[in-house]
Write a protein that binds this ligand. Structure first.
Ligand SMILES: O=C(O)CCC(=O)C(=O)O
Ligand SMILES: [Fe+2]
Length: 320
């Protein structure tokens, strides 16, 4: 069946990766080709057949709703300004991803839970007490671990899509020093009038290599289509994760893959919107230097090589 032109699938490709996970060669090859096309343009896609259970996804969304419903003082006591590695709580209006517009979201960031600061963006998480938020820590960390695994799979597919050895990104994405983070968001509702000028999250591109996003069924994520200058809704698809290319991967692939501007419009229904982004930032000492298969004969790289940490410091430094 041909999907109607205005349907989400016409804009944001939906890719089933179960064939790759099950060792079905033909289906896996198809997913790799679809992935390559989607990463080139629009730089956004949705994946299904990823094996992350609906239980863990709905448990997490439930625990997040409970956490964000806690008194403001309990959440502020976990503020990210107390953490050298950006872990913890941020309140509505703190981040400005689009010049002059405060994001109408609150968030909670976690990462691999290390006992002490251990290099850039590495260290301990901040947690509410078990009495205040029963099960929150356990479920959020379990989700984080599942997503870390899924990200390894997606990077293998990425490697294949770039005609690289399947394990090309394994160290980058799966080492003990790999930087990865999860940021959960709650977007409170607003009025239709306010929604015209305010933003749940202002227009931005992601800083790192690749983002895996869980969104609930409320909607509001939009992706910018440069050729027409129009915004397109990333409609929630049941059981799908949104995947998008970040600035680091765009640079690494010499602009073969695209880091695309996106934003969130706050809900205008009575319902809060929840989402959870898993960011793959990679190895701090890794040099992001044009991937050889992204260069045609006689072509020159568009960018100087840069260390992952230097790239991230420059991008994170500008957003609060
Ligand atoms: O909440 C969303 O749908 C998008 C979040 C996002 O773009 C981000 O955290 O970078
Ligand atoms: Fe983003």
């Amino acid at each position: 069946m041909v999907a109607p032109l205005d349907s989400v699938c016409a804009t944001i490709p939906l890719i089933d990766i179960s064939g790759y996970l099950n060792g079905d060669k033909e289906k896996a090859e198809r997913a790799v080709v679809e992935l390559r096309t989607a990463c080139q343009s629009p730089g956004f896609l949705q994946i299904t057949g990823h094996g992350v259970t609906s239980e863990i996804r709905s448990q997490l969304l439930q625990k997040l709703a409970e956490f964000f419903a806690l008194p403001a003082a309990t959440k502020q006591a976990l503020h990210r300004s107390q953490s050298k590695c950006l872990r913890g709580y941020e309140s509505v209006g703190e981040q400005k991803l689009e010049a002059g517009i405060s994001d109408q979201k609150e968030g909670f960031m976690i990462g691999p839970d290390l006992p002490a600061e251990n290099g850039y963006l590495q260290g301990p998480n901040q947690w509410p007490s078990e009495e205040a938020a029963p099960g929150f820590r356990e479920v959020y960390m379990a989700y984080f671990d599942v997503m870390r695994n899924l990200s390894k799979t997606v990077f293998r597919l990425m490697a294949l899509s770039l005609d690289l050895d399947e394990r090309y990104f394994d160290e980058f994405v799966g080492s003990k020093d790999t930087i990865s983070m999860c940021r959960a968001h709650r977007y409170p509702p607003t009025t239709p009038e306010m929604a015209k000028t305010s933003r749940g999250i202002g227009a931005h591109t992601d800083f790192g290599a690749l983002t895996l996003l869980l969104q609930d069924d409320v909607g509001g994520l939009e992706v910018f289509h440069k050729p027409t200058g129009t915004w397109h809704n990333v409609q929630p698809v049941k059981d799908a994760f949104v995947v998008n290319i970040g600035d680091m991967m765009e640079r690494w692939t010499n602009n073969t893959y695209t880091s695309t501007l996106h934003r969130v419009i706050s809900p205008v229904t009575a319902k809060d919107r929840y989402s959870v982004a898993f960011f793959n930032e990679g190895l701090p000492d890794q040099l992001v230097s044009c991937i050889p298969t992204c260069l045609k004969p006689n072509e020159k790289p568009l960018f100087e090589p840069i260390r992952v940490e230097d790239h991230l410091r420059a991008r994170y430094g500008n957003s609060y």
